[in-house]
Design a protein. Structure first.
Length: 430
């Protein structure tokens, strides 16, 4: 967001500079009207003073110049021709018919017809009025630029505020809330972008729903033919006497059992993946719950593991059936890849309560961690279906934790293998 803010500000400043340059080129590109007007005023002023000098006296003309200089906070200086600055001398030498000059420092030089001396009118540097005018000329562009920058900040903040609302909706949609839509109220919408986003979100949501419905339908429909193959294979197994044929039929039965388990996994994943999936949260003592199920899980999984917790009790809000499924999935996963030891630890802190599952296996390279919880993602041959997995266990764990408002992470274990952590949010006491 800050990058958009900065790029927009730089773009507006460049546009401002280009506009000023274009204005200067169009208005003052060939002839400066302000300079022409100033020269005409100076020429008229010189002609009046020259008329006084010619028809009355030089003293009267000089006296009028002194009064003018005093009234306008300027200094009057008189120079003989020999003491003129070089650039002034060159001007009057090259332009014999010219009797005045306005140099680059805005000093006015005058010459009268019957007076050999030259007169200079310059700003009085000690005059408070002149100082104020010079200060105003110096800071006017600064104030103008500052006002433009302030306006740009307000404009970009106004747009970025609406963009943040749209960004928040987009993040909700990306996290699986397919009902999230951007507000189209006039004080929130950003042109037609909100409406276009909502149309896109509706189409994507419809595609996702239809895709999930198709997957569920296919999974449900597969159950019947799988059951028929299993039933017929078991009947055929009883009738066949040839040992080789029996081995082949047993292989078919094993494959159908794997297919049945995969279908069950697909259906379970489809249920927990839904954002509106029911979650029965209960305020439960996590330590007591783990201890009471420890022996049962070891028996059901056929795997012993250590349970380490340093608290007598630790209450969390959780769905004990969903969390049981997530923890059993991680322990089963550790069982397949551990050498000898599996340890389950409870590590609480101020923000989350972490249930860590450690194994002493080969571990997982960090390059695979971001994709590890995607459905059917495979790391290598050591972690494939031949070792008992279907590629859905970790994806199911991920969505179970999301339903709890938590998350799941993977890291290196102190035992040398992988460490999977179930992160449960801590409920803040008011």
């Amino acid at each position: 967001m800050w990058r958009i803010f900065l790029e927009s500000l730089v773009g507006l400043i460049l546009l401002f500079a280009a506009s000023i340059y274009g204005y200067e080129y169009l208005i003052y590109g060939k002839t400066d009207p302000d300079l022409v007007d100033a020269n005409l005023r100076v020429e008229a002023f010189r002609d009046i003073m020259n008329h006084v000098s010619t028809n009355e006296s030089d003293e009267n003309a000089i006296e009028l110049l002194e009064i003018f200089a005093k009234k306008t906070h300027r200094l009057l200086s008189e120079y003989p021709a020999a003491d003129l600055p070089e650039h002034v001398k060159e001007h009057f030498t090259e332009s014999i018919d010219t009797h005045f000059m306005l140099d680059e420092e805005d000093h006015l030089w005058l010459k009268f017809d019957n007076n050999p001396h030259y007169f200079e009118l310059s700003d009085d540097p000690d005059s408070e009025l002149i100082k104020a005018i010079e200060f105003g000329n110096q800071v006017v562009w600064l104030f103008f630029l500052a006002s433009f920058v302030a306006f740009s900040f307000v404009l970009i903040w106004f747009l970025s505020r609406r963009l943040r609302v749209l960004e928040k909706t987009a993040m909700e949609f990306a996290n699986g809330n397919f009902d999230a839509r951007a507000s189209e109220r006039h004080w929130v919408r950003l042109g037609k972008l909100n409406r276009t986003f909502n149309r896109m979100a509706t189409k994507i949501a419809n595609l996702m729903v239809s895709n999930k419905a198709l997957t569920n339908a296919v999974a449900h429909e597969l159950r019947t033919p799988i059951f028929r193959i299993q039933w017929q294979s078991e009947i055929l197994l009883e009738q066949v006497r040839d040992e080789d044929a029996k081995k082949q039929i047993l292989s078919i039965i094993e494959d159908t059992e794997d297919m049945e388990k995969l279908v069950d996994e697909l259906l379970y994943y489809a249920r927990v993946e839904r954002p509106d999936a029911a979650v029965n949260l209960q305020h439960i003592d996590l330590i007591e719950w783990l201890n009471s199920n420890h022996e049962k899980w070891q028996k059901d999984l056929g795997q012993t593991f250590l349970l380490q917790s340093y608290q007598a009790s630790l209450y969390v809000d959780m769905d004990k059936f969903l969390l049981c499924r997530a923890l059993v999935n991680l322990i089963s996963n550790a069982k397949r890849y551990a050498n000898d030891t599996i340890v389950v630890k409870v590590v609480p802190n101020n923000e989350v309560i972490s249930i860590e599952v450690h194994d002493d296996g080969k571990g997982i390279e960090p390059e695979h961690w971001p994709m590890l919880f995607e459905p059917f993602y495979r790391v290598d041959k050591a972690r494939d279906r031949a070792s008992g997995g279907y590629g859905l266990g970790l994806a199911i764990v991920k969505h179970i934790m999301l339903r709890h408002g938590g998350d799941v992470e993977v890291s290196h274990s102190e035992l040398g293998g992988a460490c999977f952590s179930l992160l449960l949010p801590v409920k803040k006491e008011l």
